[in-house]
Structures are given as C-alpha cells and as structure tokens.
Design a protein around this ligand. Sequence first.
Ligand code: GLC
Length: 433
Amino acid sequence: MFDREAYRKKVDWFVKNRFGMFIHWGLYAIPARGEWVRSVERISVEDYQQYFDEFDPVDYDPGKWARAAKEAGMKYAVLTAKHHDGFCLFDSALTDYKCTNTKAGRDLVREYLEAFRAEGLKVGLYYSLLDWHHPDYPAYGDKQHPMRDNEAFKGVQHNFDNYLDYMHGQIKELCTNYGKIDLFWFDFSYDNLTGEAWRATDLVRMIRQYQPDVLIDNRLEVSGEGFGSLLSEEPSEYSGDFVSPEQIIPPHGILDSQGREVVWEACITMNNNWGYCAQDKFFKSSEMMIKKLVECVSKGGNLLLNVGPDAKGNIPQESLDILKGIGRWMKDNSKSIYGCGTSKLDKPEYGRITQNGNLIYFHVTEPQIGFVPLMGIQADQVKKIRLLKDGSEMQIIRNWMTGNYPDVVFVSFGPNPALPDPVDTVIEVELKA
Ligand code: GLC
C-alpha cells in the first residue's frame, strides 16, 4: 500500500523550496552544439573521442556555480553525472569513460556535491538511462542512438542485461560513495524501455536502501511526456516522487485521479539548449523567468532552471545575468515563493496568486488604474496587508471611487501609475487565523 502520509513528508523540502538549478555539463560543451550533438549528427564513438581527449575544464569551480544559484534564490541543484553520451563526471570503477581519465583528472561530481552542500543547497544528480557509449545499449534501430541507421550496426549482438548491471552498478556507486544525495533525476523511458525493462523495482529498492530519503523523478516510467503512475491511487514502486514536465508549464497544474495536487517540477532552459550551445543566444529575460517561477508556484509546482556551462567550466554570462536579475527580485519577494503553492482564489486579471497558509500573495504584473482590487477576500477577514518588498502597511481604500464595490478590497500603490516593481509587485495579505 502506498503510504501517502510518509510520501508527503518526504517531499516536503522539495515542495517548499520550489526553485532549483539544472546543470547540463559534459564533453558536449566542446562541440558546443547542444547535448544531443552525437545523436543529431550521428557521430560515432571514435569521432567523439576527440572531445574526451580535449576535455580540460580549467575554470571549473563549482563553488562559483553554487553561489550563483544561491544568490538567485535557488535551493537545490541537479548536475548531469552522466548524460546520454555516456561520459561520466564521476570516478566510476565500472568504466574508463570518465572525467578522471581526462585532463580534468578529478572527480567533478564530488567537487560539485561538496561545493553546493557548503552553500546550504540540496544536491541532486541526473543520470541518463540511455547510454550511447556502452556497447550493450541498443544501437541500430533504436529511436535516438547515434548509430540507429548505420548499417554497420545492423545485427550487432548486444546483451542488454550487461548494460543494466552496469547502470545499476553506477547508480549504486552514486548512492554509496558520495554521502547524502537529495534527489535523483533519471532520464528517460521510451517505447519498450520503461519500468521493469530498466529492472526498475530492483533499482528503486537498492536506491532506497542506501538513500532512504532521496527523491526520484518519474522518468523510470515516462519521459517529459506522460505523467506516470504517480497520478494513480496506487503508484508503482518506481513511479518516482514528482512529475517532470519539460519545456512547458502545465496549463492547469497537475492533479491525480482523485483530484489531489501532484508534486511536479518543470524543467526549463534559459535559451533553447540544455548543454552549452555557443550560437544559441536566444535567452529568456530574467523578468520573464521571474514570472514563470511565480506561475509554477501558483500552479503548485517547482521550477528547475537550466544552465549549460561551457567547456572551460564557466556558466555563460547571459545565464549569470539572468540569475542575478532573478536574485534581485527574490531578495525582496522570496516569501511569496518558498513554502507557497496554489490558492483557492481565482487568478486575478493583473497577475497571479500564491499562498502559504493564511498568507496570500497577490502578484501584480500589470499596473491598475487607481486602486488594486484584491478579488476574493473580504475586509473583515484581513488582519494586515503589506507591500512584501519593504513590509510597509497598505490600507484598505474606501472612498467614492471604490464605493460601488463594497465587496471588493482595494489597496493603493500611491500616486505613481507605474508599479513599484515593474516586473512583479507583491502584496501580502495576512488573513485572520
Ligand atoms: C531530455 C533530453 C535531455 C535533457 C532532458 C532534461 O529528455 O533528452 O537532453 O537532459 O530532457 O529534462
């Protein structure tokens, strides 16, 4: 029987923290055409070897990454320990295809974990279920393998169980060699490769044995597409702990079969690539990302915002600027994010609402003529209304202009028609207990 109460306790930190950093980093930072470059360009293992030989992240300093995340208001991070290309950023005993055998010469995952923990952030690891380097992973005829239509691979025998042993072994290494891991982000299931095809029950039991509190995403069952059995009354053992919508914010949040809110985390890129892409300069603005973070929280979800450090180990300046912009807003307004979630009140025309118990946050993103209506609350319910940014009191406005609407609570930002914060000005309404 699924123990819903224990589950809710386990995910509590995650749901409260709301905002994390995704980090896609690996050999693909060198070709700098995104992390799928091997698949898209059908690059053989041999031709990809040059990047392994070159890999030398001289600027790698995960403490810098951690501080950038923390200053943006992020509370956790997820780093690609192994992506689809199979290259390991950790010192696995099960392969030579790892960072310690490159010029980097160190266990990059270990350093990341230490640096992020030191900044007080929770730490997660992404691990690709796909592996385009392992000889026992299906190649010819697979949906996305770089050699999927290379005739030389037709009929080549492989023993998938060998691969599964390898994968389980590596995940065991991550579970046992690095202290407490807060989150595992497996990626991804497709076609017949889902659930027990990964020996998922065994895998999850093993993980829970070593890391009883670790959270797991839902991709042992699905991918960015599909929700998985977490939405059912009796989730499978490997349903994972949260749904992982990718490059989309669920239009109405996500509810389970009983109409209960489901834990979810939208993973979103800042430009159009996860891994470093030198020519992709199509970055979203920090203003936009602030609004999207608020949107996620107002719909009951988390935002995992991606950065793709370059081959030297630097997070692109554009991304650092976005993080800074978000951080400036978070410094004043994070109380409307952490610990907050959906509200029963309707979404106002001018913005959104997040709520934490008897604290309701009206996010005003569009200036109003005159006064701001706080639809859905009554004056006699209100204990206090404040501008969140500075805590200053906001009085309820009652005059001839508002007089026709005795049921609506109005407040004022004063004589300036522009919003105090043009991106999102937050009003905190404290209801009487
Ligand atoms: C995908 C992609 C991948 C990326 C991931 C992030 O499914 O395969 O490259 O790591 O989404 O969510």
